[in-house]
Write a new protein. Structure first.
Lengths: 116, 111
């Protein structure tokens, strides 16, 4: 079965510092990978996606992620965070799972806590 | 924002009672999903639909059923609610693989 693993449940960081949120996927997952963000009391929204092509993908709000096939990773980064980036971030992937590429499987989430 | 609404947004019910959550979209997207979100588990797929009357099970489908008689509506039913089904339920829609648009969530408490 495919899986997506987020290694950190919570990442505290000071404002204007860089941050990296880690995500690893199982090799059975096809290479459609995503990061979603959830602000308090809201639904999730798409931050960025990797479908094919360039392994460095840029998303909204200054975030970017790099697909690394050899390490089966898709880490999310931002060079300088703001208080408003405080949210929970979910890595997700799809794969050929019973023939359906639209089953999106999520990691358990990482809470990014930006401190002043 | 994608036109997707969930109802009810909050519900408190008792063990053993049936519960139906409704998801309505105005985007004409082909795929619709029901997820549940619990602390420490992230989002887990309950059921999804890839067309009218076409549905399939997700990771945690036991105790849940779904129906989709129209493109715009996807219903999630708990035939006999249990306390373990206390959760926040999210509906999502998509037209392209992995690119989901989520509703605001429905918070269900089973006493």
């Amino acid at each position: 079965a495919q899986s997506v693993t987020q290694l950190d449940s919570q990442v505290p960081v000071f404002e204007e510092a860089p941050v990296e949120l880690r995500c690893n996927y199982s090799s059975s997952v096809s290479v459609y990978l995503f990061w979603y963000v959830q602000y308090p009391n809201q639904g999730l929204q798409l931050l960025l996606k990797y479908l094919s092509g360039s392994t460095l993908v840029k998303g909204i709000n200054g975030f970017e992620a790099e697909f690394n096939k050899s390490q089966t990773s898709f880490h999310l980064r931002k060079p300088s965070v703001h208080i408003s980036d405080t949210a929970e971030y979910f890595c997700a992937g799809t794969g050929y799972y019973g023939g359906a590429t639209n089953k999106l499987i999520f990691g358990t989430g990482t809470l990014l806590a930006v401190q002043p | 924002d994608a036109g997707i609404t969930q109802s009810p947004r909050h519900k408190v019910t008792e063990t053993g009672t049936p519960v139906t959550l409704r998801c309505h979209q105005t985007e004409n997207h082909r795929y619709m999903y029901w997820y549940r979100q619990d602390p420490g588990h992230g989002l887990r797929l309950i059921h999804y639909s890839y067309g009218v009357k076409d549905t399939d099970k997700g990771e945690v489908s036991d105790g849940y059923s779904v129906s989709r008689s129209k493109t715009e509506d996807f219903l999630l039913t708990l035939e006999s609610a249990t306390s373990s089904q206390t959760s926040v339920y999210f509906c999502a829609i998509s037209e392209f693989p992995g690119e989901l648009f989520f509703g605001e969530g429905s918070r269900l408490t089973v006493l």
